[in-house]
Design a protein around this ligand. Structure first.
Ligand SMILES: [Zn+2]
Length: 326
């Protein structure tokens, strides 16, 4: 049997072939679930339906190629978007417009798909907060401390942050104390109540019961409020510039496969760029999620696939290709 890779999975999904969708749902449903629960807590009561909707979106969404820079090209490793299939109705939505060179880049694209869905679904009033306010309270912090603080904003606690950043828990705890004080000062309105675990509650947020999630470490989660996190993350994304660090460089940073000079240049840019701090911490978050989230069991995969009629095609065998060629 041929060796299955993330590239063969994506190719099969693009063609609506069942095997690809089985693998995609099996390996990524848990990730979609965790991300939606963490960042879009009002969707939690119907979480299963929303997870199905994310996959439906992946199978039917018209690809957006307008602002993705150079046209997709076929990579040496296999799948990287296929311009030759642009007019082929058998090629499916989101996958056909996708370019990635490794699994981590695929995970980042998937994460963006989940967020695009979540942002459309959860329309809650955005709290008034500006990136400049965060910039002001982090002036004296190092790049690493800024990254840790950004992860507190995203709602993680010290233990989880240390796991995500592959960093000493003591460093994360030290930054938690700083974050705790300084972020409290940013929350508008009456002084927020300090939670046992450190962070402050979100006074206008959703009831605490709704924010419960299966994320490891989340039980002790300090909750500054996912709504604040989402506003700041969107503002950070909008501040993207031409100089922003590529996913390839993020991957080299995580792997330690980068020259001293390259690292210095990347870190110099990142320390003053919230877009890169957001993307880099997200990159690390996804690497961690990939390790922690378990694959879905076969019956659960089947239950989701039943909701996705476009994912039912049998693999195209030699015979069917012969007939199709007539
Ligand atoms: Zn940047």
């Amino acid at each position: 049997m041929a060796i299955r890779t993330i590239f063969s999975m994506a190719e099969d999904c693009a063609r609506g072939e069942r095997l690809g969708w089985v693998e995609f749902v099996r390996d990524f449903a848990g990730m979609a679930r965790t991300l939606l629960a963490q960042y879009f807590p009002t969707l939690v009561p119907e979480l299963d339906e929303h997870v199905v909707a994310v996959f439906r979106r992946a199978g039917t969404q018209t690809p957006q190629r307008a602002n993705t820079g150079p046209p997709p090209h076929r990579s040496k490793t296999g799948f990287a978007g296929d311009p030759g299939c642009a007019g082929d109705p058998a090629v499916r939505g989101w996958f056909s417009g996708l370019t990635f060179t490794n699994e981590r880049e695929f995970m980042m694209a998937f994460r963006d798909l989940v967020f695009a869905y979540g942002r459309e679904q959860e329309r809650v009033p955005a709290p008034a907060i500006a990136l400049e306010q965060v910039r002001a309270i982090t002036q004296d912090l190092s790049l690493l401390e800024r990254e840790l603080l950004w992860l507190y904003i995203k709602g993680y606690d010290a233990q989880r942050i240390a796991a995500i950043m592959m960093n000493a828990a003591a460093t994360a705890e030290a930054v938690q104390r700083i974050a705790d004080e300084r972020l409290a000062a940013l929350v508008p309105g009456p002084p927020p109540q300090r939670s046992k675990t450190g962070f402050v509650g979100d006074p206008g947020g959703v009831p605490e019961a709704l924010t419960a999630s299966p994320t490891p470490g989340r039980e002790n989660r300090a909750c500054w409020g996912p709504r604040f996190a989402r506003v700041l993350m969107e503002l950070a994304e909008q501040s993207k510039t031409e100089q922003c660090v590529s996913l390839k460089t993020f991957n080299n940073l995580v792997n330690g496969q980068i020259s001293w000079r390259e690292r210095e240049l990347a870190e110099e840019h990142m320390s003053n760029c919230f877009c890169c701090i957001d993307r880099f911490t997200t990159f690390q978050e996804m690497v961690r999620l990939r390790k922690d989230v378990t694959a879905l069991a076969a019956p659960q995969v089947e239950a989701i696939l039943r909701e996705l009629p476009f994912a039912a095609a049998k693999p195209r065998g030699v015979l069917s290709r012969l007939f199709a060629g007539r």
